[in-house]
Design a protein. Structure first.
Length: 46
């Protein structure tokens, strides 16, 4: 049981579910900014 608790504690420490949604939103904003900006001949596809 001690090992299971240690694993559970470790998992809670490294869990990034909350940050993932923020990163997705920032990625969408940046991608939209790039797509909507004047790109000229450059290709900024992600």
């Amino acid at each position: 049981m001690k090992l299971k608790k240690q694993f559970s504690d470790f998992y809670k420490e490294i869990k990034i579910d909350e940050e993932v949604e923020d990163l997705r939103e920032k990625r969408e904003i940046l991608q939209n900014d790039i797509e909507n900006s004047e790109q000229g001949d450059r290709d900024f596809s992600l």
